[in-house]
Design a protein around this ligand. Sequence first.
Ligand SMILES: Cc1cc2nc3c(=O)[nH]c(=O)nc-3n(C[C@H](O)[C@H](O)[C@H](O)COP(=O)(O)OP(=O)(O)OC[C@H]3O[C@@H](n4cnc5c(N)ncnc54)[C@H](O)[C@@H]3O)c2cc1C
Length: 377
Amino acid sequence: MRVIVVGSGIVGASAAYHLATAGAEVVVVDRSDQGQATAAGAGILFPWVMPGAPPATAALGKAAVEHYPRLIDELVAAGVDDPGYARVGSVLVTEDRAALDVVHAGLVEISRQPGMSGLGEIELLAPGEPAARFPPLRPDLAGVWAEGTGRVDGRVFRDALEWVATQRGARRRPGSAALLIDGSRVTGAIVDDETISADAVVVAAGAWSSLLCEPVGMTVPVFPQRGQIVHLALPGRDTGAWPVVQTLSDHYLLAFPGGRVVAGATRESDSGFDFRVTAKGLRRVLGDALSVAPGLSEGTVAEVRVGFRPFSPDGIPTIGGSDRVSGLVVATGLGPIGLTLGPYVGAAAADLALGRTVHLDLEPYRPDRPDTTPAVS
Ligand SMILES: Cc1cc2nc3c(=O)[nH]c(=O)nc-3n(C[C@H](O)[C@H](O)[C@H](O)COP(=O)(O)OP(=O)(O)OC[C@H]3O[C@@H](n4cnc5c(N)ncnc54)[C@H](O)[C@@H]3O)c2cc1C
């Protein structure tokens, strides 16, 4: 069976890995667009789904969190030295002590639910303790510690999945894909001037997925949300074990080995595919970072990354095909938590393409689900 995977971000790479592992003939097509979300993503892996997330996202989150460690073990067994993952914990910081108590109680409650032991230890930290773990932080801040939070380098993890897929026979075809349709069946893809036939096509084209599916009459509820994110260099600092820092806003910090600290990120839903670093975006990200971590002020701005999160208006990912167009599986819409959900969603897409059962009710994620977007008044 031949399957084309369009897109080699985290979702496509995972689909290719699972398809090749199952023995399918796989062709991965990728256009290397500027703004691939996987290449820009911060890399925070919370082992819980935020309260208030739609129930469908929460169910997917639980499946994804269980899938991650299994996949990491598989990659290591397949010969990957370092898949780019580490369990570093996280600390939520704020000046609002009452809010800390609420967050602490909420996380303790979640950690007691069945299957949530991955959260590890949850602890209230006195003022100064967060800064002992993440030294650039203000020393007056107290916090809530969650031991189970992970960190992943999305580029490294994506490349690891692709490398193993390639070892198992997957072929990479750089280029821009258009879907090939015969009647009501997708029969392959046209990549630049090459026609590639296939038994199934997985669309894992991130924020571009709706553009790809539109010509075959399929509407995919996804649009680009720009994220600008800053990488700071702190030469000589041993940052490898520093935890993720959360705040009560969208703002966060995390660190990678080699003196690299990442400050994120803007959420710009009206950006379209405008791949630019803006003065307003940079001011926002750096201003937020320095307000909680003034110790970063002497860091060097090493890089600013821009990525387009594949956002769905109702906040629910899209996984599945269409009754009107057969041979097509769409997997996208993971928004701000795609590095967390992506490996599992890619696996589910692979199963659908192969005609296998997926052990999660995929009804809520159908591309043609009823529009549940909250009305704006
Ligand atoms: C700033 C930022 C911070 C983030 N932080 C986190 C985080 O901390 N934790 C977390 O879990 N998630 C995070 N995310 C979200 C996460 O990065 C994304 O949800 C996820 O990477 C989406 O992956 P994807 O494979 O669906 O799409 P993408 O990674 O965007 O990949 C899509 C690919 O499809 C290709 N493509 C599109 N159309 C075509 C075509 N016609 N032909 C060929 N190729 C095509 C593109 O070139 C691209 O390479 C963040 C995102 C951003 C932008």
